[in-house]
Every structure is written in structure tokens, then in C-alpha cells.
Ligand binder design. Sequence first.
Ligand SMILES: Cc1cc2nc3c(=O)[nH]c(=O)nc-3n(C[C@H](O)[C@H](O)[C@H](O)COP(=O)(O)OP(=O)(O)OC[C@H]3O[C@@H](n4cnc5c(N)ncnc54)[C@H](O)[C@@H]3O)c2cc1C
Length: 377
Amino acid sequence: MSQTPNVDVAIIGGGPAGIALALTICLYSKLTVAVIEQTAYDNLRTGEHVSASLLPLLDYLQVKQPFLADNHTPVYNVAALWGHSELHSRPSIINQMGEGYLLDRTEFDAMLAEQLVRKGGQLYLETKCAEGEQLEGGGWRLFLKDNSGEYSQLETRYLVDATGRQARISKRLGAKSLACDTLVGISALLDFESDRSNTEEVLIESIPEGWWYSAWLPNGTLIVVLMTDIDIMRQGKLHKDKQWVELLSQATHTKQRVRGGQLVYPLAVKPSHSHVLDRAVGEDWMAIGDAAIAFDPLSSMGVGHAITCGCDAAVALVEYLINNEDRMLKQYQERLKLNFDNYLSIRHRYYALEQRWSDLPFWKRRTQSAPIPLTAE
Ligand SMILES: Cc1cc2nc3c(=O)[nH]c(=O)nc-3n(C[C@H](O)[C@H](O)[C@H](O)COP(=O)(O)OP(=O)(O)OC[C@H]3O[C@@H](n4cnc5c(N)ncnc54)[C@H](O)[C@@H]3O)c2cc1C
């Protein structure tokens, strides 16, 4: 009779957080890992502007050389219209560490996954975790389903939710997402026939309904994202091409960048709310990256934090699985809450710099002086 394969740690979600955790375990312990990823890294991935603080993290994960060999663009110039109508160039909106990179996110995530396999980690592509049951005496039996509809099983001592902002696994296990806004990003990709002119790589422009983000990607396309709240989007039908383009035509500087561009990717709506889980560690499971805590894209902190979080969680997990000591897991959980509180005050400060529309819903919600209510999803 064939035996069910088993690993020490199974991670659902092969984004930066999940792969960082898996790589850390492979590199710095003898524990075994498997990552279950629903795609084949062939989809459009958003979240490309990262600060220079990414490099030491990639060094720790021993992937800095392959990263530098890939096609990512250094960012020397981030410009913002925020709080006034003049264009101001800044090294970054929040991060003070100097110029960063514009990633080809699909290539970046795929590179991390490839390095994991080289370091001995298992990777299930185009596979989802359909069900899981907790085993008597600890651990899990997972029922996996791949894209062709084939089922397989995997046993694991510990389960990690790295599914991103939706926190699919943690919510199934009873955790609640405490969200402080309903921000969404409505994005499009634009292609240009002629070479782009020399211009800021990243531009942020505030508007009454929220703000525009646009950036030149390493492949020469321009990503343009409208960030607004979901009710404002629905009310103005801003997820429809016509209304989105109409609003764009009122954005003084962003509209100039898109001139001559052809839409190559239909509008996509991505949840972008800030949230923290009420509980990111449970019995033989934990959440990491955006699943555990997610920030406003304005901060450009998401990818760096996801990797840091994956590395930190791995260290706590190794101590738990080898020494049966959960002290670091508890500290991990407490740190998430502290990080979120700190983040909220920074977020408040940055949104308060924009006072021109302080009586309009998008800005009022973010700049009111009373503490922001966290609502469970
Ligand atoms: C519009 C927008 C703009 C952003 N801009 C920036 C930016 O400029 N800079 C920045 O640093 N961050 C940005 N972010 C945030 C950044 O994208 C995230 O913080 C980062 O990707 C989090 O990494 P993660 O690994 O936690 O989650 P993700 O990157 O979301 O990865 C989750 C992975 O899990 C997989 N998955 C999900 N469900 C399942 C399942 N059931 N089974 C198997 N696999 C599953 C997904 O396919 C994916 O590979 C932005 C986010 C948005 C929405």
C-alpha cells in the first residue's frame, strides 16, 4: 500500500511570503517543506515598487545574484502630487532608504519559487488545498486538487497560510480579518509603440476619489492603478472602462503619461485594504505575509514586509517544531499587532498631508482624528 507523502511544513500560497518561509527553513534547518501554489506563475501579479531594503533580505535567502541577473528596473525618481497641485519628486513616499526597484513581479515570484526547488523544497504548481483535516496527535492531512481535477493527499506537521490578503485558510480556521478600510486597486496595463520618454518611473497623484498610481514596468508597459474605496468605485462605476478613462482624463499629470498608450490588459479590480488577523497563530497553523497583515499600497511596504514576515515566522516555526517551544511563535503574533498599530499612525500622517478634499468620504475616512474602527470581515 502506498504511503501518503509527508513534510514538516506545508505552505499554501507561493508568493513572496510563502517562498521566503520555505527557503529559510530549507537553508537553515533540516526540516522538510512543500509549497502549494494555485498558478504556474503565468498570471499578471501586482505590487512592483520595492525599496532598497529588499536587497539584504534577498541576500539572507541566497537569491540576490539571480535577482540582480533578472530584468528589474532601478527606481531613481518617484514623483507625487499629494497635498498640492505641483509635482514633487521624492525618493519614495514613505520609505527613506533610497532608490528601490520596479519589479517584474511575475518573474520575481517565479525566480523565488525556482530557487526553492534548487534548495530542496517541494513545489506543487496549479494546485489548491481543497480540504484539510487535523490528525489525532497533531498535524494535518491535506486534500489537494490540481488544475486537471486530480486529487492527492499530503500530510504535514504544520500548516502555513500564505494565500495573500484574502487569508483564505486562516478564515476557514476561524480567524477574523480586522480591516480598517475597503480600498481597492483598479488597474490596467498600457502598451506604447514608440519608446517612452525620460520621465519619473513612479507617479502618484491624489484626486477627490482617491489616488492614481502609475509606473513603467521593466518590459516597457505602463501600469496605471486607480486606488479608491469599494463603495466609491461602485457608485461611480469606476471599474468600467468608460468611467475609469473619464476619471483618468481629469488627472492632470497621470493623463499625460498614458497619451498614445493601448490597453493591453483589461481592467482588474484587486482588494487592497489594510488588515490584520485577530489571531495569526493557532493549533498547528499560522498565517504570514498579506494573509496575516496587509498595508496600503501607498507605503510600497508589501513585498518587503511579506519576505521579512516569512523569514521571521520560519525561525519561530523551526524552534517550535524542533524544541517544542512556542515562545517565538507568541512573540511573532504580538509583533504583528505592534507593527499594525505603528503602521496605522504612519498611514494617518501621510493621508493627512492631503487636505484639499478633507470633507470628501475617501479622505475623511483616513484623516479623521478618532481611531480608525477595525471591522471584522
Ligand atoms: C493594487 C496593489 C498594488 C500594490 N503595490 C505594491 C507596491 O508597489 N509595492 C509593494 O511592496 N507592495 C505592493 N502591493 C502589496 C504586495 O503585492 C503584497 O504585499 C505582496 O504580494 C504580499 O505577498 P504574499 O506572499 O503575502 O501574498 P501574495 O503575493 O498575494 O501571494 C499569495 C500567493 O498565494 C497563491 N494562492 C492564493 N490562494 C491560494 C490557494 N487557495 N491555494 C494555493 N495558492 C493560493 C496566489 O496565487 C499567490 O501566488 C500592492 C498590492 C496591491 C493589491
